[in-house]
Design a binder for this molecule. Sequence first.
Ligand SMILES: [Zn+2]
Ligand SMILES: [Zn+2]
Length: 385
Amino acid sequence: MIINADLHVHSKYSMATSKNMNPETMAIESVKKGLNLVATGDAFHSKWLKELEDSLIEIDDTGIYKTNDNIAPNNTKFITTTELEDNHRIHHLLIIPSIEVAWQMRDEFTVKNMDSDGRPKIRMNGAEIMDIAREYDCIIGPAHIFTPWTGLYKEYDSIMECYDDKPDFVELGLSSDSDLADTIEELWDYTFLTNSDSHSPWPHRIGREFNKMELDELSYNGLRKSIKDNNIIENYGFDPRMGKYHETGCIQCHKIYNIHDAMARNMKCTCGGRIKKGVKGRIQELASYDTPQHPSNRPPYQYLLPLSELLSTVHDKGVTTKYVQTRYDNLLKQFGNEIEVLLNTPIESIEKVDPLLSKVINSYRNNGLNVNPGRGGQYGTVEYN
Ligand SMILES: [Zn+2]
Ligand SMILES: [Zn+2]
């Protein structure tokens, strides 16, 4: 079976997240998006685990959960996940066999307070975390590996330096794609995951990056096998230039620097602000090749942008306005879900409903977007003309 899966989100118990990040709303909004499987996130937080147990039903010991059928028919299924921060401030994504296993694992980690945040700070390194993950049969890999504050490559030049062993996947993060990542030879061995890391349930956040993957069966074991065998059919995500840290730039005035000039200035901007090395600059340092060289089993990477943001931009109205929401709902009524509209609905059909929207969807489907790149913590923006 083929599914759309977003395997990294956060609950309302993580810092700076929406209070609407609860199982019911996540299920309803994920259906609108067109996701078949979504992460629970935050599975080591006791309050969240209790809430998951109250709201979700496990389907036949598969490690796959659903909400009560009257909440959203044909609803999105859930899989148990959490993100951990290690003692080097590197983030790791864990996919866990079940909620029950998550309860058992909580006691294994050295941590001050497992419930202080949905993403707990563990006083152990990557290799120690990996050992526990293996003991409990989890799927583990570095989260948003290139992110300059909390990605593995901000600390290490290779994955083995962190784990002493091979993780099961690498999560690319919003500021990179397969073309950039595959300039680094060690990454050829890994399955790439593209996940949203969403902090809110709304469909312009949840599933903003996702994986289309083939599973023998919809179960934890089916998911693990798919990741291990790299049965990802396609990765979907932002054009990396849209990410907050794509280019090297000042975190205060957002001026862009090339990496060499930034180093020569000791990472100090003319405005006095700090220059943060961007994902592109870091990848250039690690790269074995100037141009992308993909291994033969690497799936295509398709850019996409959230539908309500596209509507907001082409009609020059806020994302949450009634104007945009009415158009959004109308498109879903006609074409099924957001992913269908963004990727599969024929351009001519969209054109009949919304000519302005069809133009921009056509241009990103053909990689023709004009992007003002993100840097220094500011997201990139699409320029329309
Ligand atoms: Zn993270
Ligand atoms: Zn500056």
